[in-house]
Write a protein that binds this ligand. Structure first.
Ligand code: KG4
Ligand code: ZN
Length: 343
């Protein structure tokens, strides 16, 4: 640990996981996450329960992050926290905690946009991942967002396309629910798809006015009717064909994402392609994008698994860049549930 090191404590509480991390410059010393199991029983995130769990988790999670990093809290130079977008009750817990701690320690406060953080996770220095050169395209796919972004510099983002209805993570989770799988269903679809035939069933792909936009609500309805029809003929249809159904759904979603990404790369001439967000943990999406290196001459950037789903290290890296720019926030800053990526 050198004298010139900047230590950032970062806090993430936008949805259902409570995270805290310590970064020394652009390296992660600790990245602690407490997952909330409670929501699985309800088939989705229950905002009131999420907020309550954050309140229970935040102190131990922050303490553990400091302990694991092996630093003293007096060494912390700034506190970064997720300002939005996310669930209001969840964001408020992290925001209030970050504000109080910044006052108590007498260090600056840095508000971070959660979607920017998913993209900037690529800039965490870690031997398990490479950092893309500017400009690059980033397919940001999570439980709340689906966007193709053009990233010109660390803080300069342009939205080329985005979902007009459901996010891709919702498409995974909602169809998984139709199949009787617990929340969050995305990773389970991925798991079952591994033993299934991705060409077993065909689902029509959506059309959007802007060719780079996404739409997933039609797919969910198509799957609902497909299941209803088949269950009428065979009540065990899902059980008997679960792997094939999962593989076909995952393949359709992957195709929808890839078509837009290929188009965005062609129309901008940018071949540096990154993915970010929880859904980028999906094995078929990762593999298909990687194949773009051979097929389209892309350089692809796939973040380390721990930095794809919600985590505090990605909040910390934005905090570090903002710290270097003296970009600090006042104590009266508020959580903003609908914060836009370029706000
Ligand atoms: O980025 P994230 O952790 O939280 C949000 O900001 O939304 O993304 C969570 C989403 C959930 O919808 C979850 O089902 C999905 O990411 N997800 C996956 C996989 N792992 C997580 N979806 C498909 N395949 C996966 N392996
Ligand atoms: Zn997220």
């Amino acid at each position: 640990m050198s004298k010139n090191s900047i230590y950032i404590l970062s806090i993430e509480s936008s949805c259902d996981d409570t995270g805290a991390a310590i970064l020394e410059n652009d390296r992660v010393l600790s990245n602690v996450i407490a997952n909330q199991k409670i929501h699985a029983e309800y088939g989705g995130v229950v905002p009131e329960l999420a907020s309550r769990a954050h309140q229970q988790n935040i102190v131990p999670v922050v303490q553990q992050a400091i302990l694991k990093a092996g630093i003293d809290k007096k060494q912390i130079n700034a506190i970064a926290f997720t300002q939005g977008p996310g669930l209001m009750g969840s964001l408020l817990v992290g925001t209030s905690f970050a504000k109080s701690l910044s006052i108590a320690l007498g260090v600056p406060l840095i508000a971070v946009n959660h979607m920017q953080a998913h993209v900037m996770a690529h800039f965490i220095r870690d031997k398990a991942q490479e950092t893309p050169d500017f400009p690059f395209l980033c397919l940001t796919i999570s439980g709340g967002h689906t966007q193709i972004l053009k990233i010109k510099s660390p803080m300069d983002f342009e939205i080329l396309g985005e979902t007009i209805d459901d996010a891709v993570g919702e498409a995974f989770d909602k169809t998984a629910k139709l199949l009787g799988l617990p929340y969050p269903g995305g990773p389970l679809i991925d798991k079952h798809a591994k033993s299934g035939n991705k060409n077993a069933y065909q689902f029509t792909e959506p059309k959007t006015k802007n060719a780079l936009d996404f739409s997933f609500s039609g797919l969910k309805t198509a799957i609902l009717y497909f299941l209803k029809k088949n269950l009428k003929e065979n009540p065990n249809f899902i059980d008997e064909n679960l792997n094939d159904i999962c593989a076909s759904i995952q393949h359709t979603i992957t195709n929808i994402l890839m078509k837009r990404l290929i188009l965005a790369s062609r129309s901008t001439g940018i071949k540096n392609i990154a993915i970010a967000g929880g859904v980028s943990a999906n094995s078929e999406i990762r593999k298909t994008i990687k194949n773009g290196e051979k097929t389209y001459g892309w350089s692809t950037y796939i973040p380390k698994f721990a930095y794809t789903t919600d985590n505090a290290a990605m909040i910390g890296i934005v905090g570090y860049f903002k710290y270097l720019n003296n970009d600090f926030d006042r104590e009266d800053i508020t959580a903003t549930s609908r914060l836009k990526i370029n706000d």
